[in-house]
Design a protein around this ligand. Structure first.
Ligand code: ADP
Ligand code: ZN
Length: 731
């Protein structure tokens, strides 16, 4: 192949990839002044103008007289070749049309517009004739901070005056008002500031990560260590090294709620806050980050999975913290797993990846076993803290009052802790008051009108809520099925109900309830967590939200109300998930030099997964789990893809599924099998019926190519939709 041209003169044909759902690039003529390969451009499409990227030389297969000209080149660094390769490979891997990938990479509104301006205030030349206290304070603040410019809000807050005082000083010439672009580079992080003094274990791991960075090429490391073993400290050393080398780093976190705590930690370590990227960031700030990342004006980005699609100028390191977390899988729109995409991106741009976890995914564990990933272990918890002792409470032997879920044994353990002034955590992975609302007259449960799901009572909100689509409705007095009044009853425990029980059982204790739906914002949640860490509660009652990386130094007891919950159902990943979740929750107990105890309420103490959780034999668990997956030929030892068909008419959706299942020649050619159609794990969402076909192939089989050939002839009529889910989370 001839070397790619990287500049096109005015009038030359260029192929432009737009964000519109077209299955090809379109030819245009380069604009006045020409354009670079990768340039972000605005092009005419029909009556509109749309965003695109110059993807290569024009194909020339259009009626040349009708080819239109690029309207303008946007003021943004051209997309680098490695980014174009990444998007193309990610599109191939996930069987996503390239324009949809490009949309992921351009999620910064107005990314090519000139930066918006804002007003700032500095010290002016004149002095007011009449000096008031308020005026003096403003001038003092400006003098104290030398040449620094303030926004109106900053200045009036610092000086403790109203905005009109500042405005008055502007009129008098004592304060200067200026306009500056909002797009400012991020403050410099200083990688040379000393970190914590590492333990021997930590130092060895940090040295290995540093050596990896200097090896100059791609590589992935699985950094495993129990919660509190100091993984974060270790990978911050790698971040420091990467920044010192002048390259950029990206830290992915599974939850926005964790970001704030982490940003503060980075600020302590490097003396400034990094760029923060997630759905809660304002549009203006997003555009700033997008541009600064492209120009190298942001050294470190901390964010959610979509940060992988930012246009880094020189990305040297990607950290995927809590790499096993299922929220790394995007389940809407483009279906991708950020952990896998991080590895793909790094392998293209020559970066290092660190996958950090206390309980790695079986995929990563197997990759490390196979020698594809380097493996680093931190065996001890930092300081003197120890892993909690783990014990089962056999619920078959407990005398339970109907409608209660805290066993006498657990209750006694909680009381012990309260007596010692320590904290206890009661864990239940269910939001709301009760998972089922049942009519005692007719036996019917209240379901969602749009989904194949039960409505869950949320007493706090005084409503029933569908956890599938979020629809809520008032809690009715009469049964919607039989019309009998006053016989609807909650069945089973949710976190709100458990809180009620705990309040009655431990009337003296201060309770804190942590569930994602009880907090209006990530900030409110973060504040609550900080308060709890300070000791504002004696008993914390939480959903899986609490399993993730929060430090509660006085917490010494964890009680899992229903350790069996995740073991039900047909999901092959259930064992892995339950194992991870229970180990993580248990890991909350006994940090900071107080020994912890984790009690698991279970009806099946003999279950192999429960036994593995209790014994803490992770290696043994992974090996057994790997053996059973291998025998079943499922990931990571075989390949799977889901085809999700959906539409308003169930029969039409099934017809399409059956037609696909019959015409499976392209799959048989690669030795793949197709199962289904069957109702998808969520069979109805927002009134749309969903049916899934599952394709299973051997590990090395060219699965995506075969699926592409298989679904190519499908004509989607009406409201029918087809989505491909490579490596589905549940199978
Ligand atoms: P992990 O990421 O494995 O959960 P962290 O890195 O968050 O562990 O460490 C747990 C706690 O121990 C944190 O409060 C951290 O600041 C502290 N810590 C870890 N390593 C050290 C060290 N070498 N010196 C001092 N404190 C440390
Ligand atoms: Zn619903």
């Amino acid at each position: 192949m001839a070397a790619e041209r990287d500049f096109f003169d005015e009038g030359e044909l260029v192929a432009v990839l737009t964000t519109q759902p077209l299955d090809r690039t379109l030819d245009y003529r380069a604009p006045e002044g020409g354009c670079f390969l990768g340039a972000f451009v605005e092009v005419p499409l029909g009556p509109r103008s749309v965003l695109g990227v110059v993807w290569g030389p024009g194909k020339g297969d259009f009626d040349l007289s009708r080819v239109r000209q690029v309207i303008r080149v946007l003021d943004a660094a051209p997309m680098r070749e490695e980014m174009r390769v990444f998007l193309a490979r990610a599109a191939d891997y996930t069987l996503t049309p390239l324009p949809a990938m490009l949309r992921l990479a351009t999620r910064a509104p107005g990314l090519g517009d000139p930066p918006s301006m804002r007003k700032v205030y500095r010290l002016g030349e004149a002095r007011p004739d009449r000096m008031t206290d308020a005026r003096r304070r403003v001038l003092e603040v400006l003098e104290e901070y030398g040449g620094l410019a303030f926004t109106l809000r900053e200045l009036s807050e610092q000086a403790g005056v109203t905005a009109s005082v500042v405005k008055g000083l502007v009129k008098l010439g004592a304060v200067r008002e200026e306009r500056t672009p909002r797009d400012l580079p991020f403050p410099q992080l200083d990688p040379d500031r000393p970190g914590k003094t590492l333990t021997g274990d930590q130092k060895r791991a940090a040295d290995a990560l540093r050596a990896g960075l200097h090896s100059g090429g791609y590589g992935t490391t699985l950094l495993r260590g129990v919660t509190g073993s100091g993984k974060t400290e270790v990978y911050l050393e790698a971040v420091a090294e990467c920044l010192a080398m002048g390259r950029q780093a990206l830290v992915l976190l599974p939850e926005i709620a964790l970001t704030a705590e982490f940003l503060t930690r980075v600020e302590h370590r490097f003396g400034a806050r990094p760029a923060e990227w997630h759905s809660g960031v304002t549009m203006t700030e997003r555009r700033r980050i997008w541009r600064m990342v492209g120009r190298g004006g942001a050294q470190l980005v901390v964010g959610a999975r979509s940060a992988l699609f930012l246009p880094f100028r020189d990305l040297g390191l990607i950290i995927v913290d809590e790499e096993h977390d299922t929220s790394y899988k995007q389940e809407d729109g483009v279906l991708y797993n950020a952990r896998d995409m991080a590895v793909l991106r790094a392998s293209i741009c020559g970066a290092r990846v660190v996958l950090a976890s206390a309980t790695p995914s079986l995929e990563s564990w197997a990759n490390a076993q196979a020698g594809k990933y380097e493996r680093l272990e931190l065996t001890d918890r930092f300081g003197d803290s120890m892993l909690p002792e783990m014990r089962a409470i056999d619920m078959r032997a407990e005398r339970m009052q109907p409608g209660t879920w805290i066993s006498p044994t657990l209750r006694q353990a909680v009381e012990d802790r309260l007596g010692k002034g320590e904290q206890a955590l009661l864990f239940i992975n269910r939001r709301g008051y009760a998972p089922v609302t049942l009519c005692r007259a007719c036996g019917q449960q209240i379901g969602c009108d749009h989904c194949d799901a039960r409505m869950v009572e949320h007493r706090f909100l005084k409503r029933l809520m569908c956890h599938q689509c979020g629809e809520t409705k008032p809690i009715p007095d009469t049964c919607p099925s039989c019309g009998v009044e006053g016989r609807l009853a909650p069945v089973g425990p949710g976190i709100e109900r458990l809180a009620e029980e705990a309040a009655a059982a431990f009337p003296e204790a201060r309770l804190a309830v942590l569930s994602s739906d009880l907090f209006g914002s990530a900030r409110a949640l973060k504040e609550k967590i900080a308060e709890i860490a300070q000791g504002s509660a004696d008993i914390v009652i939480g959903t899986q939200l609490v399993a993730k990386g929060h430090n509660f130094p006085r917490l010494t007891l964890v009680g899992a109300i229903d350790a069996d919950l995740g073991l039900q159902g047909s999901d092959l990943r259930a064992a892995e998930r339950t194992f991870q979740l229970m180990r993580q929750v248990a890991g909350r107990a006994g940090r900071a030099d107080r020994p912890g105890l984790a009690l698991l309420q279970t009806h099946q103490p003999e279950h192999p997964v429960i036994r593995a959780i209790l014994s803490g034999d992770e290696e043994g668990f992974w090996q057994a789990e790997a053996a059973s997956r291998q025998a079943a030929g499922v990931p990571p030892f075989g390949r799977l893809a889901g085809i999700i068909l959906s539409g308003g008419d169930s029969a039409a959706v099934f017809d399409l599924g059956n037609a696909l299942a019959r015409n499976d020649a392209p799959l048989r050619e690669i030795g793949a099998q197709v199962f289904g159609p069957a109702p998808a794990p969520i069979a109805r969402i927002r009134g749309r019926h969903r049916v899934r076909l599952l394709v299973k192939a051997a590990r090395g089989a060219p699965l995506q190519a075969a699926i592409a050939r298989w679904i190519a002839p499908v004509k989607l009529t009406g409201d029918l939709r087809l989505a491909v889910d490579i490596d589905p989370q549940s199978f």
